[in-house]
Design a binder for this molecule. Structure first.
Ligand code: HEC
Ligand code: HEC
Length: 643
């Protein structure tokens, strides 16, 4: 991940940050804690966990000492590795107790990050992954003082986290939440190259996480007393560790085998144990459902998590049905010739097949390629640059846009009110509002409810994960393993949605700078500057939301500019290291510049895997006819629009 760049970006101003950051940490994590630890029960701290915190702090002290005393590099590496071991043991707890520290100060990627929640600030890289670049690459440009400074930040955040852990000891059900989160983290991040970018110790380190999981469980009195599934879980953990120690190589690790044979059963048994203890669910509303027995079943994700208008839920099905009609009805556009489905066509996963679609007056083309809408509801922000935070706002944006549908709310409502059929549909969907049921709000809400029905989680890949071992062939399985391993795709397109919604709680979208070119054969960057237009932050120049790659079989052409017509072109782009072909490097590319060195067979297998993510869901969903309108001219309008 652009290590040289990172190191040079570390400046002396970092040194002033610690005390400021200290206050900042406490404020942020304080808020998080007060939300997540509601109704604390008196309980003892888990002694096993607390002991490991002590060990970790000792390890970090030894690391600092080895730097202060200019010890040989091997000794520094030794203490780094030892610290990692105890950190991984504690990862389950640390990530839960201090998510903000974990993300930015303990184990975040070694790149600058932008955090809206903490006051729209750019945060410099800190923590283990940054230290890894000091101790495992030949970069001497960093002073000893700077290294010591970074080690101290790490120590401080661990000390603070330990204090927090002891002051608000989690309740038993919260321990279960954190264990389930950690299992998701293992398969979607840890073994997919989220950390250990240089040492590649991901597989080995996962064994320490398993030790930690067991430590957490065995430290809970209730579990020891009443947990009938505990022995089974212990056995599964032993077996998982055995498998990991026999298959340590990152590049060849069979991720799908490991997930389906070890982690998935373990997840189910943890859930079973939770039931045995008759634990209530935690009061926190998550984007995923922790009471779901099976990892990644359709009900694992909460489709309504990202909506604000969920309280208006009396007739969601009727709203979605109405929304479907509206989605295909060109009456929503100024000239009655353009519908949402003009660009978002169900037979292409709700995208289209041209680079960029026509503008409203057909004089030119809109700015970007039409994205697919299957699984669109599983996102925190919408559009390539994330400028919209609600599906309803997004719909409004498109309806108003002069170059897209060029419409005015009052006119839409007037036209719809001329239809008796629409009147009935609106009344059914929005109860008790008689004739006034037809409102602009109702239009937006129904279309967004329709969009929330566009679930697509039943591809061959899903069938395999759910237990049908024959659903994927060897090429596809190999393709996934390269995708998630050597080719690093899975570190941005996260399992199982394969978009940028970040595991393990899937409540935030990532934006990335990959350096999409003007076209695959050029050595010019595409001029669209992406998210910087919204945030005005330099690190967001050429940054785009990571899209889902489910159904890519039908979503060609690819990328925000639609310049890549085939999957081969996309894979080759990544193989070369994004914009690395351009003379002048983009400053904040988050994709490594290095070539992935993929063989012809590896590239092919990635493609086979990508094709296994299709399920043709909702392909034939278009209504057979549109509601009648009194005006005969309007009645000639075409389902899905004319262009
Ligand atoms: C002219 C073609 C066109 C029409 C008509 C159109 N869209 Fe889009 N849609 C796009 C393009 C292009 C984008 C991406 C724009 C961007 O990111 O700046 C988009 C983005 C979206 C997104 C965000 C997807 C994501 O993952 O971020 C949604 C949702 C969406 N459209 C729904 C609709 C709905 C609902 C309608 C009808 C009210 C509609 N669109 C009409 C072309 C169109
Ligand atoms: C650093 C994060 C990152 C990594 C690593 C990454 N991607 Fe992407 N991917 C993105 C972003 C961001 C986009 C959207 C870029 C744009 O629109 O210009 C994207 C777009 C795509 C698309 C186009 C989807 C569409 O419908 O337009 C495909 C296909 C894809 N990636 C596949 C892959 C594969 C295969 C790999 C590994 C070889 C990979 N990605 C690695 C972030 C990443």
């Amino acid at each position: 991940m652009g290590i040289q760049k990172l190191l040079s970006s570390l400046s002396s101003k970092n040194k002033r940050l610690l005390c400021i950051a200290g206050i900042h940490f406490i404020a942020i994590e304080g808020i998080l804690l007060s939300f997540s630890f509601i109704g604390i029960q008196p309980q003892n701290a888990n002694v096993i966990i607390d002991t490991h915190f002590g060990k970790l702090i000792e390890n970090i002290d030894s690391l600092e000492k080895s730097v202060v005393e200019n010890r040989p590099i091997a000794q520094k590496q030794f203490y780094y590795t030892l610290s990692r071991k105890n950190y991984k043991y504690l990862e389950t707890v640390i990530e839960y107790v201090s998510p903000f520290f974990a993300k930015y100060y303990i184990n975040g990627p070694p790149i600058r990050k932008h955090d809206i929640e903490s006051g729209n600030k750019v945060i410099e890289p800190h923590g283990f992954q940054l230290l890894e670049t000091f101790f495992f690459t030949d970069n001497s440009s960093l002073s000893k003082e700077e290294m010591i400074y970074e080690i101290r930040i790490l120590r401080e955040t661990i000390v603070q986290t330990r204090k927090k852990y002891k002051s608000v000891i989690p309740r038993t059900e919260q321990y279960f939440d954190m264990i389930q989160m950690e299992l998701v983290r293992i398969i979607s991040l840890n073994i997919n190259g989220y950390d250990c970018a240089i040492t590649k110790e991901n597989i080995q380190e996962t064994t320490f996480i398993f030790d930690g999981l067991l430590g957490v469980l065995e430290g809970i009195e209730e579990v020891r007393a009443k947990g009938r599934s505990l022995p089974k879980i212990k056995n599964l953990i032993t077996d998982s560790k055995k498998y990991l120690s026999l298959n340590k190589e990152y590049d060849t690790f069979n991720r799908l085998y490991f997930i389906t044979n070890y982690v998935k059963p373990l997840y189910s048994f943890v859930q079973k144990l939770r039931d045995e203890l008759q634990l209530s669910s935690t009061p926190v509303n998550y984007a995923i459902n922790f009471n779901e027995n099976n990892l990644f079943d359709e009900t694992f994700f909460n489709r309504y998590f990202f909506s604000i208008n969920i309280s208006d839920s009396t007739n969601i099905l009727a709203q979605a049905e109405l929304g479907k009609n509206l989605f295909f009805d060109p009456i929503l556009s100024g000239n009655n010739k353009r519908a949402c489905a003009s660009c978002h066509k169900p037979e292409f996963a709700f995208s289209d097949t041209i680079n960029k679609n026509f503008e409203y007056n057909r004089s030119g083309f809109v700015k970007r390629n039409t994205p697919a809408l299957l699984n669109v509801m599983y996102q925190k922000s919408f559009f390539y640059d994330g400028r919209s935070l609600q599906l309803e706002d997004q719909v409004s944006d498109v309806l108003h846009a002069k170059n897209e549908m060029n419409s005015i709310p009052a006119e839409i409502v007037d036209k719809l009110r001329q239809s008796d059929e629409y009147k009935i549909l609106f009344k059914k969907a929005f109860k008790g509002k008689a004739d006034t049921a037809i409102t602009f709000y109702a239009v937006l809400k129904s279309i967004s409810e329709f969009e929330k029905t566009l679930v697509s989680l039943n591809s061959k890949f899903d069938k395999y994960i759910k237990g049908d071992k024959k659903a994927l062939n060897q090429n596809e399985i190999n393709g996934y393993n390269i995708f998630a391993g050597k080719a690093l795709c899975g570190s941005c397109h996260f399992l199982p949605l394969f978009n940028g919604l970040v595991p393990p709680i899937y409540n935030d979208n990532e934006f990335e700078v990959i350096g999409t070119l003007k076209d695959p054969n050029s050595n010019e960057l595409d001029p669209d500057s992406g998210r910087i237009l919204i945030t005005k932050k330099n690190i967001h120049a050429f940054s785009f939301k990571t899209p889902s790659i489910r159904n890519v079989e039908s979503t060609f052409p690819y990328m925000h500019n639609g310049a890549y017509r085939t999957l081969e072109q996309v894979i080759e782009f990544y193989n070369k290291g994004g914009s690395s072909v351009i003379k002048q490097k983009i400053e904040h590319q988050t994709l490594p510049f290095d070539s992935l060195q993929l063989s012809v067979k590896e590239k092919q297998d990635i493609k086979y895997f990508l094709l296994s993510l299709s399920d043709n869901a909702h392909k034939n969903i278009a209504p057979k006819k549109l509601p009648k309108i009194k005006d005969p001219i309007l009645n000639e309008r075409k389902i899905g629009g004319e262009y």
